[in-house]
Write a new protein. Structure first.
Length: 382
């Protein structure tokens, strides 16, 4: 039986620089004091790793055992924290949160491995800060591009204020927001393509339904991400107040201001996603109206054709009756021809009366309540 592994890439801070390495998280590795750890294959974490294995991976981050449960690998998001104190000071802070990002693939990018035209990044983040300057961040299920871009950013500005328990989350959140931004604008491109082609081709309602489903998911996960950052914002303020070695007031204020800025960016992306959703709904409504308009045109053309042939049909039917005869070069008609008109007029009036009493009356009752009913409604309102 093959040994299960959890190979991860570490990005560790050593002697003023960031260096990468590979470790197996199931083999009790000695992790650097300051590092990011990327277990990039989310499906590997969820499906092949057992619950006991997940518990072992999360052990160094002092996270609750409940996070190892299958339930927590299926949620669309969560946030939690855990603080540790000794008799005098704050000695440890753990946080855990989950972010989902849906990326719709463009035609030139092909299909995903499962044959679908979209990808889910189901990302889990677990941090552990230890007094005075130890900090580790475990990133599960993140795309490789996030790790590479984060590495570029850290190499440009390698120094960090490690007395801040949340300092390593700041550049990480920037990269997460970039993923949400890309997801949002991919959906915008899909909606825009429908708007541009509305007059060039027949609407594809199946494709519209799929895009509508994607936009709904994007709005959902962005709303959850906003709640996560809001919780992190409140946790940051409380933690700063508990530090035995207070951070510089300017640093604290700027850290909170930047996190507030990140929160506002996420809210802006959510509004863009809601706009995409409304625009798509408008296009679907317009497509139905255009089809209905085309149906009305067809019905009108049928009515015109009917009216075109109706006089000829009436004349032929009329002259085919026994009231008329043609012989010896002369037209003759019966002196009882008035019977025809009496019957026609009476039956026509009878049909119109029945329609007016039954169909017309029920229509009026449905559309406009009686004065008595209006009076009753007014009394009930009062």
């Amino acid at each position: 039986m093959a040994t299960v592994q959890a190979l991860a890439t570490t990005l560790a801070y050593t002697a003023g620089t960031w260096k990468t390495n590979t470790v197996d998280l199931l083999q009790n590795p000695v992790l650097p004091e300051v590092c990011y750890i990327f277990l990039e294959d989310g499906d590997f974490y969820k499906k092949k790793c057992t619950e006991s294995g997940r518990r072992k991976i999360l052990g160094p981050f002092d996270a609750p055992d409940f996070l190892s449960n299958q339930l927590c690998t299926d949620l669309n998001g969560y946030f939690g924290s855990k603080s540790s104190f000794n008799a005098k000071e704050l000695v440890g802070v753990s946080t855990w949160f989950r972010c989902l990002v849906k990326r719709v693939l463009k035609p030139r990018e092909g299909k995903a491995r499962d044959g679908k035209n979209y990808l889910w990044y189901e990302m889990g983040f677990f941090t552990r800060w230890s007094h005075p300057n130890g900090c580790r961040v475990l990133c599960i299920g993140t795309p490789e591009e996030l790790r590479m871009q984060l590495e570029v950013v850290l190499r440009k500005s390698p120094s960090l204020e490690l007395r801040d328990p949340f300092v390593m989350l700041r550049p990480l959140l920037d990269q997460i927001i970039k993923l949400y931004d890309d997801s949002t604008w991919r959906m915008r491109d899909e909606v825009r393509a429908i708007e541009e082609n509305r007059l060039k081709q027949m609407p594809d309602f199946v494709a519209m339904h799929e895009i509508s489903r994607h936009t709904g998911h994007v709005v959902e996960v962005e709303a959850v991400a906003i709640e996560t950052i809001e919780n992190l914002f409140h946790r940051q303020k409380t933690t700063y107040e508990s530090l035995s070695t207070p951070l510089d007031k300017t640093y604290q204020e700027q850290a909170r201001e930047y996190l507030s800025f990140q929160l506002q960016m996420m809210k802006s992306l959510k509004w863009r996603s809601l706009s995409n959703q409304e625009r798509l709904n408008a296009e679907i409504t317009l497509a139905y109206n255009m089809i209905a308009s085309q149906d009305n045109t067809v019905i009108k053309s049928i009515a015109v054709l009917t009216m075109t042939f109706l006089p000829a049909t009436f004349i032929s039917a009329l002259f085919s009756t026994t009231f008329f005869s043609y012989g010896e070069g002369k037209w003759k008609f019966s002196s009882q021809f008035w019977i025809y008109w009496v019957v026609v007029v009476l039956t026509t009036l009878l049909v119109l009366l029945i329609w007016w009493r039954w169909l017309g009356g029920s229509f009026r009752n449905a559309k406009s309540p009686s004065w008595k009913q209006c009076g009753k409604q007014k009394k009930s309102i009062v």
